[in-house]
Write a protein that binds this ligand. Sequence first.
Ligand code: UDX
Ligand code: UDX
Ligand code: ADP
Length: 458
Amino acid sequence: MIKKIACIGAGYVGGPTMSVIAQKNPHIQVTVVDMNQARIAAWNDPDLANLPIYEPGLTDVVAEARGRNLFFSTEVDQAIHEADMIFISVNTPTKTYGKGKGQAADLKYIELCARQIAAVASTDKIVVEKSTLPVRTAQALKSILDNTGSGVNFHILSNPEFLAEGTAISDLHHPDRVLIGGEDDRAIQALVDIYASWVPEDRILTTNLWSSELSKLVANAFLAQRVSSINSISELCEATGANVDEVARAVGKDSRIGSKFLKASVGFGGSCFQKDILNLVYIARSYNLHEVADYWEQVILLNDHQKTRFAERIIRTMYNTVNGKHIAFLGWAFKKDTNDSRESAAIYVADHLLEEEAQIVVYDPKVPAEQIYRDLDALGTRSPEDNRRLLQVVESPSLALQDAHAVAVLTEWDEFRTYDWALVKQQMKRPAFVFDGRKLLNRKDLEVLGFQYYAIGE
Ligand code: UDX
Ligand code: UDX
Ligand code: ADP
């Protein structure tokens, strides 16, 4: 019986997942630790509006469990020391240096965790990989733990998280499946019992470690592949006069194909898809499976193409120059209902337009200005001063839209649909262009108002 859980990493995965585990297992004490003090302070903020992550439904879960059996702390060692089970939920970004640069996952944070656990543990522990990791990381973890620990037993489990941002709480409450990979039956059962508090047993799958690790990469690769597949067809639709939504609808009705994840867009983003596919590509190449690697790499290349294509469409339509023109960006997050902008298509589209000296004004309901500048500065395309000179972030949509030459919809936030578009039209320069990267707005309505409306895949 597990009495105490620690989770290292209070991010988009660790925070919501542990909140739900604590909510559904009031008899287990769950402590989420992070070395980022500001982040922990935000998780502990009495005002739930200040939680570091925006997720619909999250505040209710935290309100129920926090202080009862859910705790957020920076005392990493103490939490490790007390726990029977430790989740590792730290970030695993793509390497930016050395071997595998740009493709392999950077495991330094994972390794640091393993060494810290080994140094502190004085009783047996079940260590659960929650972060997405390349296949066979569990082996590396085990080796570090066994060689640097003080003789206690470590059982490693892989328990990849399939939640999507923006729907994290509902995904956690009603998962399609929970996947647990491992070698030790008792350790596996201990984790099964925790999920069985609210997940039907037939949805809890157990496999060996490697299958579990690989399944996570493959699930994300398949999902991203569907988006790139429909996006490739969106370009064909634009060239031929077919409508990509109509095609997606017709194709998705085939029960073998299914209707979900066929929404053409300006390109997928998020912390997982690109990273996991690059990882899959890297692993395939490391086994000399070049055809396999090339196949999956194409999903990324098509996604890059889609972002570039959208930016070029804007420039071409605006008489081949956007220099000095005011372009309002509606949305910066990589999808709606999240304040996360990692790998968001908006970053790359903005970068492309800024190279042409466009004047961009961004409004996003949840992403703060500092983060937007950080995203752009991280590309290193131009100086931070130039990014601030060319791109402005505003707090209200009307400030972004006033006097704009064009509007570009980058995120499918529901509120964009509700704007008074007749009024927007009056406030904009003529001709008033709308470039809809999410197929969010209604073509007929906008055309009646006199907009020049362009959408992906039409
Ligand atoms: C296909 C389409 O299914 C059908 O809708 C269309 O009208 C005509 O083309 P068909 O070629 O008769 O039908 O057979 P299908 O069952 O789709 O199989 C095609 C090939 O894919 C077969 O060689 C089959 O063995 C193979 N296949 C199918 C797999 O290897 N794995 C699978 O999971 C499914
Ligand atoms: C994804 C997986 O869905 C989740 O299971 C995994 O645990 C983490 O990675 P997430 O990145 O949060 O989740 O969001 P998701 O909803 O999958 O969207 C990813 C990107 O694809 C977004 O930019 C989204 O806008 C885009 N997308 C998705 C499309 O462009 N079209 C679609 O039809 C679906
Ligand atoms: P994810 O989307 O995978 O949850 P995030 O970047 O949102 O990723 O969260 C990962 C968190 O893990 C960050 O808040 C980071 O500070 C934390 N972290 C990374 N390494 C350690 C460590 N060794 N000890 C404690 N916290 C860590």
